[in-house]
Design a protein around this ligand. Structure first.
Ligand code: GLP
Length: 241
């Protein structure tokens, strides 16, 4: 796995945004895999600004998000749909019909997972997948132990993941217990992957991801088997390497 190291979070945001800018300029019809969480917020701001300046257009691309909470409506303030809407979709020229997230309110969630997987395949697969990194090594919402061949599926969120995401909810108890997430295989199917990591609190898991055994027990280690996966990190996240 390639490692790109940056002085600080700002430099990291600029570099990751630049990768998306380059792809959109060269391949306006590209398929983007997007992530939520605190890490990519600044990067999305830069992409929105680039679009505002006319450097890039999202008009012809399609986006697929990694995951969504089960039970939250698209209008719920902590839903990933709202996150994407606020951080990117409402700020760029991307038609909403070309933005895809799993439907957390689908009556038949198993069917929703299959349909989501099919729509990614139908679009031609993901050209560039953005990932964040959970403190336990999760990618998307693939918790430790998720099988390597997993496709989009419903997951039971671990207590640590619910705790880490509680800051986005009014009460910690409001964090849903389940989510729909692309599986490990769905992620590894992407032609290119950028995993973006920032901050000292991620230093220990970054060390395990890069130096530890490749195992489903630390899902992000599986990225090391992908020919075009790169870790973009700031100095703080790299401090234990
Ligand atoms: C959530 C998301 C992940 C994200 C992770 C890290 O669990 N489902 O996709 O990578 O949080 O979030 P943060 O960037 O806030 O540390």
């Amino acid at each position: 796995m390639q490692i790109h190291l940056f002085q600080d979070k700002q430099a990291l945001d600029i570099a990751v945004a630049q990768e998306f800018v380059r792809l959109l300029q060269q391949h306006p019809h590209c398929i983007l895999g997007l992530a939520t969480g605190g890490t990519p917020v600044g990067m999305y701001a830069r992409l929105s600004a680039a679009c505002g300046r006319g450097d890039i257009s999202f008009a012809q691309c399609q986006t697929f998000n990694l995951d969504e909470y089960v039970g939250l409506s698209r209008t719920h303030p902590a839903s990933y749909y709202q996150y994407m809407s606020q951080n990117l979709f409402s700020k760029v020229d991307l038609p909403l019909s070309q933005c895809h997230l799993p439907d957390g309110q689908a009556l038949d969630s198993i069917r929703e997972c299959q349909a989501y997987e099919q729509s990614i395949a139908h679009a031609g697969g993901i050209d560039l997948q953005l990932l964040g990194l959970g403190h336990n090594g999760h990618i998307g919402f693939n918790e430790p132990g998720t099988p390597i061949d997993s496709l989009t599926h419903v997951v039971q969120l671990s207590p640590t993941t619910r705790y880490a995401n509680a800051r986005f909810f009014k009460n910690a108890a409001d964090v849903p217990t389940q989510a729909i997430t692309m599986g490990i295989r769905s992620i590894l199917n992407a032609k290119r992957i950028i995993c973006m990591v920032s901050g000292a609190d991620k230093a220990e898991i970054v060390r395990r991801v890069l130096r530890g055994t490749i195992t489903p027990d630390v899902p992000a280690t599986l990225l090391r088997n992908h020919p075009k996966a790169a870790l973009f990190i700031d100095r703080q996240a790299a401090s234990l390497l």
